[in-house]
Design a protein around this ligand. Structure first.
Ligand SMILES: [Zn+2]
Length: 286
């Protein structure tokens, strides 16, 4: 992971490792040509600098193992890339840290980078502990890792013309927008939070998905906290379903009716399940 945080602008190539450092367009050869690298002599893999590798095409002699077809194709591509690479004698390699604009390593940026990873992990832990149907867990797992097919993601992959939110038509449809910040989502949240008598928690709807989740549950006793975890999954899942029915069935409904669906448990047949007991303790008794 540390390695992934470092990029190199090559100068004379003396401080940069040929096979493992990220010196070709911000990528390492190891990442570009994994099959080929399996055929590279292990010692050369670790120690060969860019300067040495380029000298009389030494890098080609580092390839000593059997070549598969994939490795061969990667070799041909790599050969082209290396041909285009130019070293600058007398200029030291510039090795920099990716996570700050100044490109200087700071402890803060390292913590932030680590923290960004660990929130996804923490989210995953919470996810497995929380009661909800597997499909809902899977959805939220993807959402926490920013891998749900929102309009923004479909747009980024060239699958559609616009990235604008399916629900409000106002902002790019990123996952935290769709499920937390969108005016539509906020109306659903308001309905739900007032329903469970926690309207003051409405202010916690900011930040990314995991931050919102942990702020919403903060300070609650065990049972209501578990209930809130399940509820968080069900609300986000129901909003996601609304987005889906607009995209795939051209059907839409109001935030109030969507909140109604959460309360009624239509999308997850939750309240009948024994596992949803903790949820029951949140909801007003009828
Ligand atoms: Zn929106």
């Amino acid at each position: 992971m540390f390695n992934a945080s470092i990029e190199v602008h090559t100068g004379d190539g003396n401080r940069t490792y040929f096979w493992t450092d990220r010196w070709i367009n911000g990528t390492s050869i190891q990442a570009l040509a994994p099959d080929l690298c399996r055929a590279v002599n292990r010692r050369a893999m670790k120690n060969r600098t860019v300067a040495q590798g380029m000298q009389n095409k030494q890098w080609i002699r580092d390839i000593t193992g059997q070549l598969t077809i994939m490795a061969l194709l990667q070799y041909l591509e790599l050969w082209q890339l290396i041909q285009e690479a130019r070293l600058q004698p007398g200029v030291p390699d510039d090795i920099y840290w990716r996570w700050t604009t100044s490109r200087q390593y700071t402890a803060k940026s390292a913590y932030q980078m680590l923290f960004a990873r660990s929130t996804a992990l923490q989210g995953a832990k919470l996810l497995w502990k929380t009661w909800s149907p597997p499909k809902v867990k899977f959805f939220l797992y993807l959402a926490l890792h920013n891998r749900t097919w929102t309009a923004e993601r479909r747009f980024r992959h060239g699958l559609q013309e616009s990235d604008v939110c399916t629900l409000c038509d106002q902002a790019p449809e990123r996952v935290e927008h769709l499920l937390v910040h969108c005016p539509y989502a906020k109306e659903v949240w308001w309905e739900i939070l007032t329903h469970i008598n926690m309207p003051q928690r409405f202010q916690q709807l900011n930040g990314d998905l995991y931050t919102t989740w942990s702020n919403l549950r903060a300070g609650l006793a065990k049972m209501p906290r578990k209930g809130l975890d399940t509820l968080f999954m069900l609300v986000t899942w129901t909003i996601w379903n609304e987005q889906n029915s607009r995209v795939f069935q051209s059907e839409s409904t109001t935030p109030r009716l969507t909140a109604q669906r959460v309360k009624g448990g239509q999308d997850y047949d939750g309240r009948r399940s024994a596992g949803a007991k903790s949820l029951g303790c949140l909801l007003p008794q009828e």
